[in-house]
Design a protein around this ligand. Sequence first.
Ligand SMILES: [Fe+2]
Length: 367
Amino acid sequence: MKIELHNNKVLFNNGSSSKEIHPFWLRERISNEEYFDNNTQQRKFDPTFLKTDISILSVKINNDLLEINFNDGVNFKLEIDKIIQEYSRDDFFIQSIKKEKWKSNFVNIEKYNYTDELFESKTMYDLLIKFYKYGFVIFKNVPTNDNFIVKFANSIGSIRRTNFGEFFNVKSVPKPNDLAYTSLPLAPHTDNPYRNPVPCIQLLHCITNEVSGGFSTLVDGYTVTEDLKNEFKEYYDILTKVKVKFKFIDKDVILEGWSELIKLDENKEFKQVKFSPRLDFVPILEKKELDLYYKARNKISEMYNSDEYRIEFKLTPGDLLMMDNYRLLHGRTEFDTNEGSRFLQGAYIDFDSTEGKLRHLKRKFNF
Ligand SMILES: [Fe+2]
């Protein structure tokens, strides 16, 4: 990849072809002190106030710099490396981390040791890459005192507070407002589909676990979605099309959100799954369409709940599970409160936390 010049045009050559870089694109990147604050990396000017018919009067390459005179009287030097980096979409590196599909035979469940230096370490960089590949990471020996989960969340990014509080305690209580706070088994589900936006990442920290049951379960919604698409296209199509209402009610609040069970992005690729069949309300549709919808929902539920896709493991005190709530479903097996206590603490963070940390570590270690 390189920058070439031709008749006062700046061209980006990607190795196989050359394309002109729009003069305005270059003009926006002016980094002279008068126009750009180096400390914040923010512009001092508003490019939407500039005339869009910017053109280049003269341009030359001087070592690693592009020296440009624009027709509005502005002259400046731009680092060629920076243009190449941006044009090669290096800042898209998180989106380019390829998701790896997994099923019940996924055996690579390692627990990574927590240390005080973890958040600024190369290990954290590697673990975040793993998180984007598999949708979860488990840490061990995370301190269990003083609601440490809050500090943990805020050391990656910022905790996402909800009406459950800054964090929530998962243990059985009398008259709970959610089935999570019982000893009943929880089938695979995604959390809080009724919120807008839905919390991106759940942290679940085991404080005590004295019961023989109460295993944590995970299912890769991405794998299930891809299999459904290949094997039951009609079901996939309707689940990516029909929006259902998810609802949460307690004495203080009524939360509602409409969504497809499988959400696709603008390229019709996997973006998110939502599944919480105790909270969803299917809209009124033609009977024929609902016939298909109910079959499709049963099929995806059967897949989510089958042994083929589910992994099961026990969280022990100090373990902290960090999971992608847009990709994975989670649940737990039943436990007997007479055997002892089972106490987990949960909290949410959003993708800007993990993405921001990952880009920061990439810059720090010059990867
Ligand atoms: Fe949950």
